[in-house]
Design a protein around this ligand. Structure first.
Ligand SMILES: [Zn+2]
Length: 505
């Protein structure tokens, strides 16, 4: 084996930046359906000299020698990126294989052959309850046929990460990286979930009846979640054709001209293999930020667009003078999710529904209540998911991910929707992303309370909000979610504003 040169941290950052942009563009191309196959393995192989154990050691040594907090943090993130790259290099071929098999997977529904992803997207738009159940079962069966390779990959990743970091315990490893206690977070969230349960049950009864109709099962399956999230029976109000225009206008009222920011590249096209889940891919922030959505009609188009616009504005507004690491790398996603959540939260204001959809006050209240129902549903689902994931990883050394454990009972009890246990592994978020969402739930509600206090009830259409957000965005990915809490004057685990919002108290 030839020895490769060890780069200085500065050189490493530059070389890693180039790799990162290339890998991000590949993710984008596959995700938006421009490419039929994923070739991450080839990209990792081209940059293989970035991902050696000697290089990792050199970055760690530099981190230990760093004299200031920023320098140390920057080197920590670079060393974690190097570690992640070593893992990816080992697993890239298998990951591509799984990804490509998922892209190729087909099922037959109503005599029509559908790719798995297209079938998932279709669940949002089939009006007949029984038909959604039928397709949902086909999707679950096909999707869970990949559980074995998924589990193998998880185990391989866990083993590699444990070995490289020196921390074998997945929960402890994640806690060190996120700098929080996952168990403490879960405890606080379990209480918050409990504190909104009476209101959630009231909303659920009402909105299940409205959205699923009287023929629904006592416990509908999760085949109906996409239909619910679209508020499909209200799709005449939340029309597909208007989503971009309304969202661009919504963001403009916050002081951001989305279409005048050339760094944000919008991809709104409809392609058969395009993943229905909207996303932002910040390939080279602040210069190149892709915002990808696939409109299907219904309220979820608006919410997804606003959510992703929050991410895109964050990345595209970071100070270009920051070191690249603090523009692109983070310990986790809890920070950027605050900004996506707060922009999406505008869609829960009754006045927003009145303003954009020509609704009466009563209709606007209805629309806003529906969004609050969806928000409570998702929040309770994620709180339950975190609880499941903690148990899953605690048991991982013994079970190797072979058991769905309490996935079905926990998620079903939290939502009133039956989550089939076969979904336990494809529903698992890598690196406890669920905890990042949940921290963002707490934090964006705190930020909302702060804006309400500083700007007033009209914060969602005030340029002053934009100024406050710009100040936060400029810092790039440097702060933690908990830093933001302290700046807003909140304890990081204070769920008061979140509970109040979900209860409409
Ligand atoms: Zn997000």
């Amino acid at each position: 084996m030839s020895t490769t040169a060890i780069r200085s941290p500065q050189e490493y950052e530059g070389a890693y930046e180039a790799y990162y942009a290339e890998a991000a563009e590949e993710v984008r191309a596959v995700r938006v359906g421009e490419k039929e196959t994923s070739e991450q393995a080839a990209i990792v192989a081209r940059h293989a000299d970035l991902f050696t154990r000697d290089q990792l050691e050199a970055l760690r040594a530099a981190e230990a020698d760093a004299s200031d907090a920023d320098g140390r943090e920057r080197l920590y993130r670079l060393h974690k990126a190097c570690e992640g790259g070593i893992v990816d290099a080992e697993l890239a071929a298998r990951k591509d294989e799984l990804e490509n098999a998922l892209l190729a997977a087909r099922l037959t529904f109503d005599g029509e052959e559908l790719p798995l992803r297209a079938a998932e997207a279709r669940l949002a738009v089939i009006p007949e309850y029984a038909k959604r159940d039928e397709l949902g079962e086909l999707v679950r069966t096909l999707d869970s046929s990949f559980n074995e390779p998924r589990r193998d990959l998880l185990a391989a990743r866990d083993g590699l990460e444990g070995g490289l970091s020196g921390e074998r315990d997945a929960v402890a490893r994640t806690e060190a990286e996120k700098q929080i206690s996952l168990r403490e977070l879960e405890r606080v969230l379990r209480q918050a979930s409990e504190d909104v349960s009476a209101e959630y049950e009231r909303l659920r009864e009402r909105w299940f009846e409205r959205l699923l109709g009287p023929e629904r099962a006592q416990l509908p399956t999760n085949a109906h979640v996409r239909w619910l999230r679209r508020l499909s029976p209200l799709e005449a109000t939340y029309r597909k054709e208007r989503s971009v225009e309304v969202c661009v206008e919504t963001v403009r009222q916050l002081g951001f001209e989305l279409e005048a920011i050339p760094n944000i590249r919008l991809d709104l096209e409809d392609r058969p293999q395009k993943n229905p889940r909207a996303c932002v891919i910040a390939a080279d922030p602040p210069e190149v930020v892709h915002l990808v959505t696939r409109a299907q009609g219904g309220l979820s188009d608006y919410q997804a667009f606003l959510h992703e616009a929050g991410h895109a504005l964050h990345y595209a507004s970071c100070d270009p003078r920051l070191p690249w690491t603090f523009r692109a790398l983070s310990r986790d996603h809890a920070l950027t999710e605050i900004y996506s959540f707060i922009v999406e939260a505008v869609s829960r204001r009754p006045a927003w529904h009145a303003l954009h959809f020509g609704l009466s006050e009563a209709e606007a209240e209805e629309g806003a209540e529906a969004t609050r129902f969806l928000e409570a549903l998702l929040f309770r689902r994620y709180a339950a998911k975190l609880r499941f994931e903690l148990g899953f990883w605690d048991a991982f050394p013994a079970e190797a991910g072979g058991s769905p454990r309490d996935y079905e009972p926990l998620l079903t009890a939290a939502t009133g929707i039956r989550y089939d246990e076969r979904g336990y592994i494809s529903d698992l978020d890598a690196g406890f992303y669920s905890a990042d969402y949940l921290r963002a739930w707490i934090r964006s509600a705190q930020l909302g309370a702060y804006l309400q206090h500083e700007v007033g009830a009209d914060w969602w259409r005030s340029e002053r909000t934009g100024e406050i957000l710009r100040g936060l965005f400029a810092e790039g990915t440097r702060p933690t979610s908990e830093d933001v809490a302290r700046r807003l004057g909140f304890d990081p685990l204070d769920t008061g504003p979140l509970v109040a919002e979900l209860n409409a108290a």
